[in-house]
Design a protein around this ligand. Structure first.
Ligand SMILES: C[S@@+](CC[C@H](N)C(=O)[O-])C[C@H]1O[C@@H](n2cnc3c(N)ncnc32)[C@H](O)[C@@H]1O
Length: 236
């Protein structure tokens, strides 16, 4: 009887962008792994040292992770961890930490609550919301964004950050909001366009509301103008 071929996993563009930032041959923990697609792909493509740790705070997602690992024939190369972030672990758990598909504030909480010394580590972060809060929090906590890229997945544009330890001067507001990816990348222009619209809506909403305080309105106006300025530089 012919041997059954191992199924090969395909990643979404968003998770592919995360995978591409993983240093070749590193040990890795995927926090909030859910279906464990990322660890499965990394193992199948020989990108990481095994076992890979796939962690999740919820039993259901961790069960999905076990199923994927079995389906793709890598169940013996994954250690499953039912855990809130990195709680109770030490920084010798893995060299690379991926936290993808969560809100920026949750990601920052996980990093801060870990108590890890980040020296020698790589963090790959892919926030779904509160990106400004995450980016500023990283700089306030002795980390910095070494590089980042934008990726389109379905109708959304996501930021994927490669974060390293080391104090660096905190970038200006607009760099925190818009990121620092390649300015020639058409996605960057589209992302900045989206920010201009967002800040414009925010300013108009506040101006029209009799409840908004003048400081908040001033801040919305400042951000709108700063985004317009960046848009001008990009020829928008
Ligand atoms: C939307 S899924 C993202 C899955 C995968 N990382 C991705 O990017 O496709 C978010 C997962 O994070 C898990 N999660 C949320 N908060 C967490 C925490 N504090 N610690 C560990 N896992 C968490 C959820 O249970 C869920 O499975």
């Amino acid at each position: 009887m012919p041997m059954e071929e191992t199924k090969k996993i395909k990643l979404s563009p968003r998770l592919t962008a995360c995978a591409e930032y993983v240093p070749q041959g590193s040990t890795l923990v995927d926090v909030g792994t859910d279906h464990a697609y990322l660890p499965v792909w990394l193992i199948q493509n020989g990108r990481v040292k095994t076992p890979v740790i796939a962690g999740d705070i919820n039993r259901g997602p961790l069960e999905r992770a076990r199923k994927s690992a079995a389906e793709y024939g890598v169940e013996n190369e994954v250690v499953f961890m039912l855990n809130n972030g990195l709680a109770g672990t030490k920084d010798d758990l893995a060299e690379t930490v991926v936290i993808a598909g969560m809100g920026g504030e949750t990601i920052m909480d996980i990093i801060n609550a870990s108590g890890w010394n980040w020296e020698g580590h790589t963090l790959i972060l892919q926030p779904m919301s509160k990106i400004y809060e995450l980016c500023s929090g990283l700089y306030e906590n002795g980390l910095h964004i070494e590089k980042e890229r934008l990726v389109r997945d379905a109708s959304e544009i996501y930021r994927v950050l490669l974060v390293k330890p080391g104090e660096q001067e905190i970038p200006g507001d607009m760099e925190l909001y818009a990121g620092n990816s390649d300015r020639e990348d058409p996605l960057y222009k589209e992302y900045v366009s989206g920010l201009i619209k967002k800040f414009s809506r925010m300013e108009k909403g506040m101006a029209a509301s009799d409840k908004a305080d003048s400081e908040a309105l001033e801040e919305a106006r400042r951000l709108h103008n700063a985004a317009l300025e960046l848009g001008k530089e990009l020829g928008l």
